[in-house]
Design a protein around this ligand. Structure first.
Ligand SMILES: *Cc1c(COP(=O)(O)O)cnc(C)c1O
Length: 421
C-alpha cells in the first residue's frame, strides 16, 4: 500500500463486530484467568498486555501504524519526543560510551545529550551537519555506539546527507539514528537511505493539531548488533531470566528491548488518550504535509527578495544551499517550517512577530495553525553564542511554521507585519 493509504489504514484491523475506529483502552491493567499465563508474560515467553506502562492495545495499534509508515519492523510510543531520543540512545549505550551527534539538532535534544547524558557518563562529540566522510571518520572512537542526526534540522533547516552518515557509521559497526520529526515519513523514509533507527516528536506534524505530546522510536530491523559491541543486546538480561535479545527476538531485538526493558524502567509511556489523538492526526498526515509544503514554498518565495528580509532559509527554494540534497531526499517537499532573518537585528525580528495577527507567537511548530517563534530567546536561549552559530541560529532569525490555512491569507498577514518593521 502507498503511504497515504497506510496513514489511514495501517495499524488497526478490527475483527468481526469490533469497533471500526481504534478504541481508547483506558485501563492500566488487564485481567487473566491463570497466574501461570501471567508468569509467562513476565518472562517474555508469551505476548500479551498486562500493565499499560509496558504495553496497551491502543498504543500498540498506533505504534504499528508508524512502523508501517517508516517501513520498520516495530515501533514504541513514548510520552514525548524527548523520551524517544533519550531511549534511542540509552537502549545501546551506558556510562563510558561515546555518541556522535550533529550540532544542528533540536535545542531540547542538545541539552539532553550535552548536559544530562554527559552528567550520566555518556560522552558526546557534536559535528557539523555538513561534515565530509573523511572528517566524520576521524570523530569515531573505539567506544562510539551510535551517530544521531536530524533529517531537516530544527530550526536551521539544514538537510542531512543521510547516506553519507549511514555509510561512515556502518563502516564502524555503529547504527545511524535519525530524528525524522520535520520531514515525516510522508516526505522522507530514512531507512531507505541506510538509517537504522528513527525517532520522532509526534507532538509536531504527526499529531498535527497541537493537542497531544508524544514521541516514537522505530526500528528498521536492519542493523546487525552482533557485529558491533552491544552487550546490552547480545548478552543475557538478568531482569528477564537471562533473555538474550538478539537471540530471542532477531531483527526486532532493539525495539523489543526498548519496550520491555527501558519502558519498564523509565516509565515514559504515552497515555492511551494521546495515542488515540495521535492516530486521528496520522489519518490525515499525507494530506496535511502536501498543503504545509506548498504553502511554505509560496511563503518562502514571497519572503525571498522582500526588502525587510535579510535571508530566508527553506530547502525548497532553488537558491537554498540544500536545494539539491532536499530534491534527492525529499522530492515531495521538506516541511512547513521556514527560517527567516528580519532586517533590524533582534529588535526587527521582535517587531515583525508582534505585528502578526493570524500567526500567533507560540512555543510550538508543525501544526495546522501558522505560528512563529524566536529561537535565540526561547528554545535555544541556554546556548552560548558559539553554540548558537554551530546550530545555525542568528539573533534576528524567526522560525515561521506555515500552517494549512489559505496561502493568500498567510502571505497577507506576513506582508502587513513586515510593513511595521
Ligand atoms: C519538538 C522536537 C523534539 C522534542 O519533542 P517533544 O515532543 O517536545 O518532547 C525533538 N526533536 C525535534 C526535531 C523536535 O522538533
Amino acid at each position: 500500500m502507498k503511504i497515504d493509504t497506510l496513514c489511514v489504514q495501517a495499524g488497526y484491523e478490527p475483527k468481526n463486530s469490533e469497533p471500526r475506529v481504534l478504541p481508547i483502552v483506558q485501563s492500566t491493567t488487564f485481567a487473566y484467568d491463570s497466574a501461570e499465563t501471567m508468569g509467562k508474560l513476565f518472562d517474555l515467553e508469551e505476548d500479551g498486555f498486562f500493565y499499560t506502562r509496558l504495553a496497551n492495545p491502543t498504543l500498540d495499534a498506533v505504534a504499528k501504524k508508524i512502523a508501517a509508515l517508516e517501513g520498520g519492523v516495530g515501533a514504541m510510543l513514548t510520552a514525548s519526543g524527548q523520551a524517544a531520543s533519550l531511549i534511542s540512545i540509552t537502549n545501546i549505550s551506558k556510562a563510558g560510551d561515546h555518541i556522535i551527534a550533529s550540532a544542528a539538532i533540536y535545542g531540547g535534544t542538545f541539552n539532553l545529550f550535552n548536559k544530562t547524558l554527559r552528567d550520566l557518563g555518556i560522552d558526546f562529540d557534536f559535528v557539523s551537519p555538513d561534515i565530509t566522510a573523511e572528517e566524520l571518520e576521524k570523530v569515531f572512537k573505539p567506544n562510539t555506539k551510535a551517530v544521531f542526526v536530524e533529517t531537516v534540522t530544527n530550526p536551521s533547516l539544514d538537510v542531512i546527507d543521510i547516506e553519507l552518515f549511514a555509510k561512515v557509521a556502518h563502516a564502524h559497526n555503529c547504527p545511524l539514528i535519525v530524528d525524522n520529526t520535520f520531514a515525516t515519513p510522508v516526505n522522507c523514509r530514512p531507512f531507505e537511505w541506510g538509517a537504522d533507527i528513527v525517532v520522532h516528536s509526534t507532538s509536531k506534524y504527526m499529531d498535527g493539531h497541537a493537542v497531544a505530546l508524544g514521541g516514537v522510536v522505530v526500528d528498521s530491523g536492519n542493523f546487525d548488533w552482533t557485529k558491533g559491541d552491544y552487550p546490552m543486546l547480545t548478552t543475557p538480561d538478568e531482569t528477564y531470566h537471562g533473555v538474550v535479545y538478539t537471540e530471542h527476538f532477531g531483527r526486532s531485538a532493539y525495539i523489543v528491548k526498548c519496550c520491555t526493558h527501558l519502558m519498564r524502567d523509565f516509565g515514559a509511556q504515552q497515555s492511551p488518550q494521546n495515542a488515540f489523538l495521535l492516530n486521528l492526526g496520522l489519518d490525515t498526515l499525507a494530506l496535511r504535509m502536501e498543503r504545509h509544503c506548498s504553502n511554505a514554498l509560496a511563503v518562502a518565495e514571497f519572503l525571498e527578495g522582500h526588502d525587510k528580509v535579510d535571508k530566508v532559509d527553506y530547502p525548497g527554494l532553488k537558491s537554498n544551499k540544500y536545494y539539491e540534497k532536499a530534491q534527492k531526499y525529499m522530492p515531495k517537499g521538506t516541511c512547513g517550517v521556514i527560517s527567516v532573518c528580519i532586517k533590524g537585528g533582534k529588535e526587527g525580528a521582535v517587531r515583525f512577530m508582534e505585528g502578526l495577527k493570524l500567526a500567533k507567537i507560540v512555543i510550538h511548530v508543525a501544526d495546522a495553525r501558522t505560528c512563529v517563534l524566536h529561537p535565540a530567546s526561547t528554545t535555544h536561549r541556554q546556548l552560548s553564542d558559539q553554540q548558537l552559530i554551530d546550530a545555525g541560529i542568528a539573533p534576528n532569525m524567526v522560525r515561521l511554521s506555515v500552517g494549512i490555512e489559505n496561502p493568500d491569507d498567510i502571505i497577507a498577514d506576513i506582508a502587513q507585519a513586515l510593513e511595521k518593521v
